[in-house]
Design a protein around this ligand. Structure first.
Ligand code: NDP
Length: 305
């Protein structure tokens, strides 16, 4: 049994456990219905191209999980496995091909890439309309400007969890620990969009526990196993643990010390079973959204002719 589950059953504390698995199942069930309707209306199916370069076991396992999600919701998963010594030119050419292929709704290049390949260049090469990860500068720029666009899956998943659990954001203080382009920064902007007052923390933040203790909603996206303990948490705060870390014995833990946080937080996500599953559910949602938007663009282009 995972640490999170053990804590779940043994806890004498008060925090509500935010059940990511349950909410992810709801999201995927909505996505499945959307896809069925889309297929009936257009005769077409959404498809997700997943590019995996090299043989990193963690990346292989992530891709397998995403393939399973695709199967569950009715998205055609197209696999592209490339050897670790793939050249940048070859990878670029594949992305160009996928960008041009009307049968591909979304493109995902599994990160990290092997040394020698330029991740930034890859992210920027993907057509923003097919950028289901939401990492392209155009999509991040749209988020910053409050315009519609693909939202990065992990922060988007966090927002769904907060909404489904009725956690109020307007006027609340949200503290995000971490400022990466894929989690921390987009998370902060999504919270800001919902009228939270947002503080972003990072490795140079002074007295991090004191800043975190001001948070009504605390999002930990640090990549440091169990760093955030009860001393960082205001009583009753909502704690969202984005972290996925493997300990030496192979156990999966978050950035939050779950056992310790449980006695102080008002609500908390476990690891596993919290944010991670939501990330994949939002990837499925982004893929059907991309597919619908591309179909609408094609339709309007036909009408213009
Ligand atoms: P990055 O390594 O890109 O960013 C980590 C951030 O944490 C940086 O901004 C860094 O600050 C900050 N940080 C590091 N150490 C400290 C510290 N001691 N005090 C305060 N801030 C600190 O990681 P990611 O954003 O990609 O991922 C964060 C975590 O989330 C990881 O555990 C990752 O595995 C997990 N993750 C989970 C996903 C999911 O689906 N649940 C998806 C993506 C990531 P600085 O900028 O100053 O260096």
């Amino acid at each position: 049994m995972s640490k999170a589950n053990t804590a779940n059953t043994a806890r004498a504390a008060t925090a509500q456990i935010i059940d990511g698995r349950m909410i992810a199942a709801l999201v995927k069930s909505d996505v499945r219905l959307l896809i069925e309707r889309f297929k009936l209306e257009t005769g077409a199916s959404p498809s997700l191209a997943m590019v995996l370069v090299g043989d990193d076991p963690a990346s292989q396992s992530y891709v397998r999980m995403k393939e399973r999600d695709c199967e569950q919701v009715g998205i055609i998963a197209r696999d592209y496995r490339l050897p670790a010594d793939t050249s940048q030119e070859h990878l670029n050419a594949l992305i160009d091909e996928l960008n041009a292929d009307a049968g591909v709704s979304g493109i995902l290049v599994q990160m990290p890439l092997p040394a020698g390949l330029d991740e930034e260049a890859v992210v920027e090469r993907i057509d923003p309309a097919k950028d289901v990860d939401g990492f392209h500068p155009t999509n991040l720029g749209r988020l910053l400007r409050g315009q519609p666009g693909m939202r990065p899956c992990t922060p988007a998943g966090v927002m769904v969890l907060l909404d489904q659990y009725g956690i109020e954001l307007e006027g609340k203080h949200a503290v995000v620990v971490g400022r990466s382009n894929i989690v921390g920064k987009p998370q902060a902007f999504l919270l800001l969009e919902r009228n939270a007052t947002v503080t972003i923390c990072h490795s140079r933040t002074r007295d991090l526990p004191a800043v975190c203790r001001q948070a009504d909603v605390l999002v930990a996206a640090v990549g440091r196993p169990q760093m955030i303990d009860a001393s960082y948490i205001k009583p009753g705060a909502t704690v969202i643990d984005v972290g996925i870390n493997r300990t030496e014995d192979g156990t999966l833990v978050g950035d939050v010390d779950f056992e310790s946080a449980l006695s102080v937080a008002g609500a908390i996500t476990p690891v596993p079973g919290g944010v991670g599953v939501m990330t994949r559910a939002c990837l499925m949602r982004n893929t059907i959204d991309a597919c619908v938007a591309q179909e609408a663009a094609r339709k309007s282009a036909r009408l213009m002719k």
